[in-house]
Design a binder for this molecule. Sequence first.
Ligand SMILES: [Zn+2]
Length: 300
Amino acid sequence: MKIIPYILIIVFGLFTGCNVNSYTFDENLAFQSLEKQAKWVHRYPGGEDAPICRQFLRESLEPYCDKYIEQDFTETVKGKELELKNIIGIINPKADKYIILASHYDNRPFSDKEKTIGLRQKPCPGANDGASSSALLLETAKVLKAKKPKVGVIIALFDGEDYGKDDDSMYIGSRYFAKHINDICEKKKVTFGILLDMIGDKDLNIFIEQISNKTAPKLVEKVWDCAKGLGYGDSFIPKVKYGIYDDHISLIEEGIDCIDIIDFDYKYWHTSHDTSDKCSPQSLKIVADVIIEFLYSDIE
Ligand SMILES: [Zn+2]
């Protein structure tokens, strides 16, 4: 063993630009978080796992934010009164402008895309659809806490995205969030939002989503350029493919530009086979690297 002289550590630090306060995204920790959430297969609104999942999200997010908010509300869906909770963390709450990073955390209470009729009543574990993007954002909060971006960041974990089969029983949490945005921050200070959904697939192919491209083409271009610059052009494919109704529509309808980063080429979507083994830590890292790099860039 040899002790490196202190002066060499300082010089090395200067040349490498190393920052003692920095924390790099740990894809293995993020993946553990994904696995944990995916095991709570009844974490949908009203499900028996919802309280423990919400508690886990709180414990994972609150210590890494400057401000933590829970939005509790009830909604009657198909005659059933549901208690819902959006989980929100803010970094730099006094900033002049904000960016929203969002994901839904609930899973689907049934697996309606199953070929086998008998499996359709089982909940969709949502390892990719719900847990992957939530896990990514929880780990990203730690990075942002260690090295603050210039802008304010609102990390929003929505409830009730995947509850039902029609629009009234879906996107419930994001709709509430968007309508009550002034409870979180002044709406005019929100520059835009980035929604993440289904970003954990081992075979990551993120095409440009149609509505995102129509609403905020420059933002789309910047994010996909950022991915290319990091060498992730094979995963962030600069071609428009699907048009998807997702939580970003709730924000767009309230006048907030929002893009959806989603890999919709996923054959386990809304089946009981959407489990952790279909996802990978590396996919979480690719998307997180892009988001984090983008947040530290000069955002207009
Ligand atoms: Zn879904």
